[in-house]
Design a protein around this ligand. Structure first.
Ligand SMILES: [Zn+2]
Length: 406
């Protein structure tokens, strides 16, 4: 295994979350009879370029075959992307002569925001069903992976781009070198490439290790991104911290010879990362040890509850919940069922643990003694929704950043 960025072969593992199925592959009753594919889920650090990455990459045909996530389903995201488009349009004086291209454009959520300002747009989206929704929303979309052929097609149709964006896709790409080569081919000389990625420093701080799953191959800090863009004769000239996904970075990059000058935000964040020793393997090793501690504490809580013959249900079935349950080896012997509001997941079984996923009416039919909040980033919302159970004496387990019972 070589480093994705610098090809170093001496990578240092600091966290093993076990051998687990893909966190989004919920199973039907029929699927339960078949063997389930599992893959190692481990994080390692590269001393040379500072990139954190998975040690094992799942073959892509196993991974993106049934991608059903739609960006526009939450209000929070609609607002986030509308603001992002406005922010970029105003800061870089985009007009009706400009072109914005979004890689992994999903249902067109970001490009719709650019179009509001009469900027020309085109999306690139590999999932056929999602690309179709974008077209229905009036956002011109090429249904393909972002590659050289697609770049040629865009230039033929629209010319070169003023802005290329990629939000929450950069971590999912294995061959990042070829993607950046194609981005450079698509950009005008002074064009900008803006990415949004989950910020691994926030993961370290908030102990949100359940953000780790097979689809996320890389976990970025500004230090590792800085290395990467330099290697490709590009520069990071501005960086912003944004709250999405528990803490993300919005990184503005451009070609080395372009007119964009580095702003103070870049040096400030690089200095901050140096101060908290983000370039030192010890930082990651300590994080790994803390994660094992959190796991042991949570498993203790759950086992104690079971010893008293009390029952536990889960609340929320996000991908991260499956990372947590599989890592802690908390299966259906401990959790009777998981309540989930997304109807597409109801009637299915959680990958690995095979815990049934049901609608929230089950909480009335079979009221548990404890509820383990798996979508813990929405803990406040869930606690207020389930108030009447709390009044009946049901207790709640919040697993992260530190397991606690409320
Ligand atoms: Zn490296």
């Amino acid at each position: 295994m070589k480093c994705r960025m610098c090809k170093n072969e001496k990578l240092k593992t600091f966290l093993s979350l076990g051998t687990t199925p893909l966190a989004n592959s919920f199973l039907s009753k029929e699927d339960l009879k078949k063997p389930e594919k599992k893959f190692p889920l481990e994080l390692c650090f590269c001393d040379d370029c500072k990139l954190v990455q998975l040690t094992y990459i799942v073959p892509s045909e196993d991974m993106f075959s049934n991608y059903v996530y739609l960006s526009s389903t939450t209000k929070t995201f609609q607002k986030h992307f509308a603001e992002m488009a406005e922010h970029i349009t105003k800061n870089f004086n985009l007009s009706n002569k400009s072109l914005a291209v979004d890689i992994g454009s999903n249902d067109g959520i970001l490009l719709k925001g650019f179009r509001k300002f009469n900027v020309h747009v085109i999306g690139v989206e590999p999932a056929a069903n999602v690309a179709k929704i974008a077209e229905e929303n009036g956002v011109e979309t090429i249904n393909d992976f972002f590659n050289e052929k697609v770049v040629k097609e865009i230039i033929k149709r629209k010319g070169k781009a003023d802005v290329v964006t990629a939000t929450n896709v950069f971590a999912h790409i294995d061959d990042i070198d070829s993607v950046i080569g194609n981005v450079k081919g698509l950009l005008k000389d002074d064009g900008i490439y803006v990415i949004e990625i989950q910020y691994f420093v926030d993961t370290l701080k908030t102990m949100t290790f359940d953000n780790v799953y097979h689809e996320h191959m890389s976990y970025y800090t500004l230090a590792s991104l800085d290395y990467f863009f330099r290697k490709h004769n590009m520069k990071i000239f501005r960086v912003e911290r944004v709250p999405t996904h528990g803490g993300s970075l919005r990184v503005f990059t451009a070609k080395e010879g372009s007119r964009h000058k580095a702003q103070s935000s870049v040096k400030e964040l690089l200095d901050y990362e140096k101060n908290i020793c983000i370039d030192d393997f010890e930082t990651y090793k300590k994080f790994g040890e803390k994660v094992y501690g959190v796991r042991d504490k949570l498993v203790d809580y759950i086992k104690n509850i079971k010893r008293q013959n009390k029952t536990i249900a889960g609340y929320g079935a996000p991908a991260k919940g499956n990372t947590l349950l599989n890592f802690c080896n908390i299966g259906k012997d401990y959790i009777e069922y998981i309540v989930e509001d997304n109807p597409l997941k109801q009637g299915l079984f959680a990958p690995g643990t095979h815990i049934p996923v049901v609608s929230s009416s089950m909480l009335d039919e079979k009221t548990p003694d404890y509820i383990l909040i798996l979508a813990w980033n929405f803990a406040d919302e869930i606690l207020s929704k389930t108030k009447r159970y709390a009044e009946k004496g049901v207790k709640f387990i919040i697993p992260l950043p530190e397991p606690r019972i409320v």
